[in-house]
Design a protein around this ligand. Structure first.
Ligand SMILES: [Zn+2]
Length: 480
């Protein structure tokens, strides 16, 4: 029998489909054997614990570049530490584009910064300016380098693309063999309501949700799907916040379209009410789309069980509450329009989803693994990630299903100075995280070095191939 570098012994191994008591033998960072009983000198005791695939977070913002030449406050070092304490071993973050500029220079800068990561990583390329240069020359080039997904914002100044720009990105993705992710909210409707709210003197954080009711998300989701169908380009709808929106995806899926839906932790535990706190406190809970109601949480679990929503990410966002570079960048009395959006959540994602999902009986543990690891890895072409199988990377989490923890920001190990989940009690917590066979976190202590993570270049894969169904049989993406 071959030697192993490490054996994870005595745990209950859980994949997206199976649960079995087994030992895992690791060699050269990969899973080399799964068997009843393995022997070797180095062992990690998993008795009484679940052994899960490392979490895969395919939507999070870490050290994202800003137009002023700086970057978000969550650095690669702090953000990846936060991932490890929360049981996440792979992330897909964002390289951005600034309007009027190309995508190659920011990407080079961002790749350099990411070399400090302690988890494995890949990027989505944000396209905010669908110029000929970007669409026809630069996108094919970066896809070739393994950045196989593009991100479009249908709202947000200065990021948003109009429908024509979005169509051009879809077509570019189709030509290059890339996937497209979309932030779906109606830009004009939000601006119109925002103008009215501010004119009426409704300026506090609470009115953030009033500026973007679910109908603006539903409309944009419908449109995003229709235009993707027109181009015949598969997409994932990002951060679906409620059933009304998920039903748009369900309708498309029922017609056979390659449309997937993601949601985020916050849509199972936060509500719009959280933004209605005294002073500036409500800003801690501002994100887009806005969290909805308590009743919506149960409907979101319905959509998960129906399989309409099959990925849960964090949408971790890098804005501190204190200081002048975060939520208060435009002052502590800024109106809701001028207050940055987004909530942190890299390390809270797995514990909250396990506690709310598995412990409360909404899903079983295999479904939890699919939502948080297997499905995102498959959908974004992260080969060898998101499951436990011979030949896969030995990215593992040893999980104590009974441990009760009250979430505090100190436990999150992030640069962001608050968590919107402060004070929530969860059952289930990661006790060790392995990245490619290395014990990178144990009992809340990070045992890794900056640079331990590696860039995951994503090769072509079948799941995101277009269906080949085109109006009039004409492939417009070949010409525009
Ligand atoms: Zn995001």
């Amino acid at each position: 029998m071959a030697d192993f570098d490490l054996i994870v012994r005595g745990g209950t191994v859980v994949t997206g489909t199976d649960t079995v008591r087994a030992d895992i033998g690791i060699r050269d960072g990969k899973i080399a054997a799964i068997a009843d009983s393995l022997s070797g000198p180095e062992t990690l005791d998993a008795d009484g614990l679940f052994v899960l695939p490392g979490g895969v977070d395919t939507h999070c913002h870490i050290e994202q570049l800003r137009a002023d030449g700086t970057a978000d406050e969550e650095t690669w070092e702090s953000g990846s530490a936060s991932c490890l304490v929360g049981g996440t071993t792979s992330v897909v973050t964002f390289s951005t584009q600034f309007k009027g500029h190309d995508i190659l220079d920011p990407l080079a800068d961002y790749r350099r910064r990411a070399q400090m990561s302690m988890v494995d990583y890949s990027f989505h390329q944000i396209v905010t300016d669908a110029s000929d240069e970007v669409i026809f020359k630069q996108i094919p080039r970066i896809v070739e380098e393994g950045i196989r997904s593009l991100k479009v914002f249908l709202t947000y100044d200065p990021l948003h693309l109009d429908d024509r720009g979005y169509l051009r990105v879809l077509a570019a993705a189709r030509r290059a063999g890339a996937f497209v992710t979309v932030h779906c909210e109606n830009y004009e409707a939000i601006n119109w309501r925002t103008e009215a709210l501010l004119a009426a003197g409704h300026t506090s954080a609470k009115y953030h949700s009033w500026s973007r009711p679910s109908i603006v998300e539903r409309e944009a989701t419908h449109r995003a799907i229709a235009l993707a169908e027109l181009v015949d380009q598969p997409i994932q709808v990002f951060h679906v916040s409620c059933q009304e929106v998920a039903e748009e995806v369900a309708t498309a899926q029922a017609r056979g379209l390659k449309v997937w839906a993601e949601t985020c932790t916050q849509y199972f535990v936060l509500t719009a009410q959280d933004q209605d706190r005294p002073g500036f406190e409500g800003a801690k809970f501002m994100c887009s789309p806005s969290p909805r109601t308590e009743a919506e949480h149960a409907r979101m679990w319905d959509m998960v069980r129906r399989g309409v929503i099959d990925v849960v990410s964090s949408d971790h966002s890098g804005w501190c509450f204190e200081g002048t570079r975060g939520k208060r960048i435009n002052g502590s009395d800024a109106n809701f329009r001028d207050t940055p959006n987004g909530v942190p959540g890299l390390s809270a994602r797995l514990p909250l989803m396990f506690s709310e999902g598995v412990v409360k009986g909404n899903i079983d543990i295999n479904h939890f693994v699919r939502l948080t690891a297997t499905n995102p890895a498959k959908l974004f072409g992260l080969a060898g990630k998101g499951s436990i199988a011979v030949g896969y990377d030995a990215d593992l989490v040893l999980w104590d299903a009974t441990k009760q923890v009250t979430i505090t920001n100190d436990l999150m190990h992030q640069a962001i100075d608050y968590t919107p989940y402060e004070g929530m009690t969860v059952t289930g917590w990661p006790v060790a995280t392995l990245l490619r066979g290395h014990v990178s976190m144990r009992d809340g202590v990070v045992q890794s070095e900056p640079g331990a993570g590696k860039f995951l270049a994503r090769a072509p894969y079948d799941l995101i191939k277009p269906r080949g169904v085109l109006a009039d049989g004409f492939d417009a993406s070949l010409y525009a």
